[in-house]
Design a protein around this ligand. Sequence first.
Ligand code: ZN
Ligand code: ZN
Ligand code: ZN
Length: 91
Amino acid sequence: MKREKRLTKRERKALAPPRPAAAPAHVHHIHCIACGRHLEPEEMQTGEALMLRCQHGSTFPSCSGCRSRSIELLAEHDRTGQAVRTASAWH
Ligand SMILES: [Zn+2]
Ligand SMILES: [Zn+2]
Ligand SMILES: [Zn+2]
């Protein structure tokens, strides 16, 4: 009995076109360090989001509502010298 050749899962995967790049490099993604929410550049203008500066002079984005939590995160980072424990980004 003649059977049509079927591709294995791995073979199909190899034939699949490569995934398109996640996001164009020129799109600047900023996320609140305290809650991980995506922040639009316009929110910086409207005051819904702000940039906070740590003692080393690096800036970190934050929602205005997360301000105090973000400041705590930066204070901890400055105290310990560890990377800022940013929340995982989401959309
Ligand atoms: Zn936030
Ligand atoms: Zn984003
Ligand atoms: Zn710092």
